[in-house]
Design a protein around this ligand. Structure first.
Ligand SMILES: Cc1ncc(C[n+]2csc(CCOP(=O)(O)OP(=O)(O)O)c2C)c(N)n1
Ligand SMILES: [Mg+2]
Length: 304
């Protein structure tokens, strides 16, 4: 793992969310709540967050949540453009030091807010956009999104009809907007996660982070296994850790041995009824994507 020298500086004891015994409004074992905690620690206090409907507002709207930063709740489709407008207004007021963060779920990012997101990225607006991906519309009852993986069941893809469309490669799609920074991170790798947040914080222009946030409720695994799910996803190359600078300069941050996808799939009841051929198909998809990432990482960027 890169950047290990920075770890002591990153592990501050300061908390920026849920700073009193009131806690937060998320389910037990929520990967999103932990993602928000690590994110806030790495960002520090001078932040305004723009959040669309989803599990995050429910998490932060607990009356005693006590965050160290301001939160606006935007309309579902408009997070990125709301954040862009806010940043422009702050700049006009001379408050250029405040970081504006759009933080959307996968439904709000991959699907419903994608138009606003793509526009803000293309204009290279000076915001950090985070997609906290729990692979379905979890807050309204686990409906499928375009981030739900092939073979996953949800409340709108119940058996015998698991989803048969593949998950969008959102980080690559965003990098193709030629933005200065796009990266993936997940809670089982907090150092990598926080280094990337800090890096994104310091860059001007549009920055995109894709976080995989395991959801015990929707994915149907025991609440104490959230970190394990996150780690297994990375180890099986289902969720590779990488970053892309200026649209082309791709670095793979961790090269796992590539454990069989079955190790990950068998831990979650949403995949319980996959048969051998379907598991083989998922392995094929994951291997192909990993090969492609490695090819992109070795691609000669000097001609760009
Ligand atoms: C325009 C609009 N459509 C639908 C909804 C209802 N709604 C509220 S939260 C939510 C699910 C959000 O899913 P996602 O963005 O993945 O976030 P998560 O809850 O999974 O964190 C939906 C469909 C809404 N508030 N506004
Ligand atoms: Mg979601």
């Amino acid at each position: 793992m890169k950047n290990t020298a920075d770890i002591p500086a990153i592990l501050s004891s300061e908390e920026y969310i849920a700073r009193t015994e009131g806690g937060h409004g998320a389910c037990p074992g929520c990967g999103l709540a932990l993602s928000l905690r690590l994110f806030a620690k790495a960002m520090g206090p001078d932040v305004i967050m723009v959040i669309p409907p989803g599990c995050t507002p429910v998490t932060v709207m607990s009356p005693k949540f006590n965050a160290a930063f301001t939160v606006f709740v935007a309309l579902f489709g408009s997070t990125a453009v709301f954040a862009s407008g806010l940043k422009a207004a702050l700049t006009i007021k001379g408050e250029d030091e405040t970081h504006v963060v759009g933080w959307g779920g996968d439904g709000a990012t991959f699907d419903i807010g994608f138009q606003a997101l793509s526009g803000a990225a293309e204009r290279n607006d000076d915001i950090l956009y985070v997609c906290c991906d729990n692979e379905a519309y979890q807050n309204t009852g686990n409906q499928r999104s375009s981030a739900t993986p092939w073979g996953g069941t949800t409340s709108t893809n119940p058996l015998p009809a698991p989803k048969m469309e593949r998950k969008k490669d959102i980080t690559l799609i965003m990098a193709e907007h030629h933005i200065p920074y796009a990266a993936t991170a997940t809670v089982a790798y907090p150092h990598d996660f926080m280094v990337k947040v800090k890096k994104a914080r310091e860059i001007k222009g549009f920055r995109f982070l894709h976080l995989l946030a395991p959801c015990p409720t929707g994915w149907m695994f025991p609440v104490e296994r959230t970190i394990e799910m996150s780690r297994l996803a990375v180890e099986a190359n289902i969720f590779p850790l990488f970053e892309i600078q200026d649209g082309t300069d791709l670095t793979i941050n961790l090269e796992p041995e590539g454990t069989p996808v079955e190790n990950y799939l068998k831990t979650q009841r949403r995949y319980k009824y996959l048969d051998v051929l379907q598991i083989r198909e998922i392995q094929r998809q994951v291997d192909r994507k990993w090969d492609r990432l490695r090819w992109l990482a070795s691609y000669d960027k000097h001609g760009e």
